[in-house]
Design a binder for this molecule. Structure first.
Ligand SMILES: Nc1ncnc2c1ncn2[C@@H]1O[C@H](COP(=O)(O)OP(=O)(O)O)[C@@H](O)[C@H]1O
Ligand SMILES: [Mg+2]
Length: 416
């Protein structure tokens, strides 16, 4: 189920410079997977929080095919447009299978068509629990997809890195690449669904010393062998396989190469990764949320401060299979060993550059700027007008599906 705070994303707004004209906000509705333009008065732009609050009041009553709404300063709905010409959806860069240069991978990757996926529930924005296949062949997987221009680069990196590390026993493998039903381009990928949740979802399952050992070995492999930093190690990205009781890692959208083209090992960057491991173990054991933020610039000093603490008091109800001192010694020993090594990653993974050029801004004869060659030159409204089919991502709201038993069968499957 999508959390309320994950449902709507204000992607930005267009304001006429110096003008007092309307302000147009771009809103992504992740629940229904649609983009809406929200038009308000110029004076109103000062307070986006108010705009968002008013918007949320109306969202449930808007028709599914709403493309544009006008709102008064008091938040009243003035106009609602369901005219497809007003569809503000920008079609983002899409990749071909060849762009991935799969021939360089040891094993082939299978594909599935988007419309063959049957939604079971919505886990977070841009990620659903789905199934495909029938009977014995049915498979439950997580479907992760990118829809907004802001996600394109991260999606490209995540898919490429993840595919090249999929064989590691402590990494949830990529299951299938998901292609769209119109042009056969990549819209997302699936990973096997790991029931039971992550170390964040079920903190009371604690952290076994064995899992910490697995995490350390995995991070060593990523940094020292494959030459990458995951850079997003947090309890939420660490599910435990209920069958094997092994710790697993997901989410590679912040991954980066440590080694540049010269393959030099830069110690400092992997130090940040180690800091995240220390902070993650500390957060889980103590329940202290202060250091949760992944991209805290002070992670190395925070990790050092945590290691200096006299005591790590376990959170109430926390079950550990060893004394806290065993976890701390393991971390201390690890950091000590790492300080002494200076290695060159031997099996650096490599992946193709983002296959599109950056957006270039040009000016027309009146001096107005327009974008060429980027994400911004292809709108769904324009595609429709040119008679080309577009992917229809829209779907009913999750709440309504739950309320209306008619679309939900005994297995909790939601047919959309
Ligand atoms: N294969 C999977 N099995 C089970 N849960 C998953 C899987 N992939 C992702 N999740 C869960 O879905 C949520 C969203 O995942 P993701 O978008 O990758 O991370 P983030 O929340 O950091 O953006 C997280 O809570 C994660 O634990
Ligand atoms: Mg996400």
């Amino acid at each position: 189920m999508l959390k309320d705070m994950d449902k709507y994303c204000f992607l930005g707004c267009l304001i006429e410079i110096g003008g007092r004209g309307p302000v147009v906000w771009q809103v992504m509705d992740w629940d229904r997977r649609r983009m809406i333009s929200l038009v308000t008065d110029a004076e109103y732009q000062e307070d986006p929080v108010q705009v968002i609050a008013h918007f949320k009041r109306h969202i449930k009553t808007l028709p599914l095919d709403t493309y544009k709404i006008h709102m008064s300063e008091r938040g009243d709905l003035l106009r609602v447009s369901t005219d497809p010409k007003d569809d503000p959806w920008i079609i983002i860069w899409r990749f071909e299978m060849e762009d991935l240069q799969l021939e360089k991978l040891l094993s082939g990757v299978e594909t599935v068509i988007r419309i063959e996926l049957c939604e079971i529930s919505r886990l977070a924005w841009g990620i659903d629990l789905v199934s495909y296949g029938t009977g014995e062949e049915e498979k439950r997987v997580d479907f992760k997809y990118a829809l907004i221009p802001q996600d394109s680069h991260r999606f490209w990196t995540e898919l490429n890195v993840w595919m090249r590390l999929s064989h590691h026993p402590n990494i949830v493998p990529i299951d299938r690449i998901v292609l769209d039903e119109i042009r056969g381009q990549i819209v997302g990928f699936t990973t096997p669904y790991i029931p039971g949740g992550s170390l964040e979802d079920t903190p009371s399952q604690g952290v076994k010393l064995k899992w910490l050992k697995q995490l350390i070995q995995l991070v060593d492999a990523l940094n020292l062998r494959y030459g990458v930093i995951h850079d997003n190690i947090i309890p939420r990205h660490l599910p435990v396989d209920p069958e094997t009781d092994d710790l697993l890692l997901i989410n590679f959208n912040f991954s980066r190469r440590i080694a540049g083209p010269v393959r030099l090992f830069i110690f400092d960057i992997s130090g940040q990764e180690m800091a995240r491991v220390i902070l993650t173990v500390y957060i889980i054991i103590t329940g202290e949320k202060r250091f949760q933020y992944t991209h805290d610039t002070k992670k190395i000093s925070n990790a050092a401060a945590v290691m200096e603490l006299e005591e790590w008091t376990p959170a109430p109800g926390m079950i550990l299979d060893h004394p806290v001192s065993a976890y701390r010694s393991l971390l201390e020993e690890w950091t000590r060993q790492r300080r002494a090594v200076h290695v060159q990653a031997r099996e650096c993974i490599d992946w193709p550059e983002f296959p599109y050029k950056q957006t270039v801004w040009e000016r027309d004869e009146r001096g107005a700027s327009y974008a060429v060659g980027g994400a911004y030159d292809c709108s769904r409204a324009g595609e429709r007008e040119a008679g080309r089919a577009v992917i229809e991502w829209e779907r009913p709201p999750e709440d309504a599906l739950r309320d209306e038993a008619m679309v939900v069968d005994d297995d909790e499957y939601v047919y959309v």
